[in-house]
Design a protein around this ligand. Structure first.
Ligand SMILES: C[S@@+](CC[C@H](N)C(=O)[O-])C[C@H]1O[C@@H](n2cnc3c(N)ncnc32)[C@H](O)[C@@H]1O
Length: 171
């Protein structure tokens, strides 16, 4: 991609900064959108813990349940055991649905990997799998588009390149 400012192809550094900026802008926008809604936040993809840390600054009063197949985060960004769900999403998310927790007001799915085919299959599975754990009006922000659910696709914050992030409102 040629950037307007530089008229040179985007480097991997450019793409990384764009993606991380999109992520923060979408989470900040989501915070305003869910302000009137009760419910916890679900974080799919603890990774290094960066977005979990951002979410807990945005939502100090909400429960934030975090899902990952492993805990490999910065030591300061590891959820307590009561809020961590370890295992493959395909098992931990249905398991969470069976726990009977209040439906989530926000889901952040940061599930991307360098393997686009693997990500597409996971994202196709994820949309329907989220239906039992979200409330009407909930916001879903994700780095991989959810094409298998009929939710309202929201406009992205100014300056975000479509495809870098997606936001939906659950009907
Ligand atoms: C892009 S990283 C998340 C980065 C994180 N949000 C951060 O800000 O540091 C994606 C994470 O998803 C996890 N993941 C990918 N596929 C998974 C699956 N099927 N089940 C559970 N975790 C998975 C990986 O282990 C990885 O930690």
């Amino acid at each position: 991609m040629l950037t307007a400012k530089t008229l040179r192809p985007a480097s991997r550094l450019d793409a990384f900064i764009r993606r991380i900026a999109a992520q923060r802008a979408c989470l900040n926008a989501a915070a305003a959108l869910i302000a009137p809604l009760d419910g916890p936040v679900l974080e799919l993809g603890l990774g290094n813990g960066r977005t979990f840390d951002h979410l807990r600054t945005l939502f100090p009063a909400r429960d934030i349940y975090v899902f990952d197949i492993e805990v490999a985060a910065h030591p300061a960004c590891i959820p307590d055991n009561a809020h961590m769900r370890l295992g493959d999403f395909r098992e931990s998310l249905p398991g969470f649905a069976r726990e009977g927790k209040p439906p989530a007001a926000l889901v952040h799915a940061d599930i991307g990997s360098p393997d686009r085919a693997r990500d597409a299959a996971l994202a196709a599975w994820l949309g329907p799998a989220l239906v039992p754990v979200v409330r009407p009006g909930a916001i879903v922000a994700t780095d991989r588009a959810l094409v298998t659910v009929d939710w309202e696709a929201l406009d992205l914050p100014a300056g975000i390149v479509p495809g870098d992030y997606s936001m939906y409102r659950v009907r």
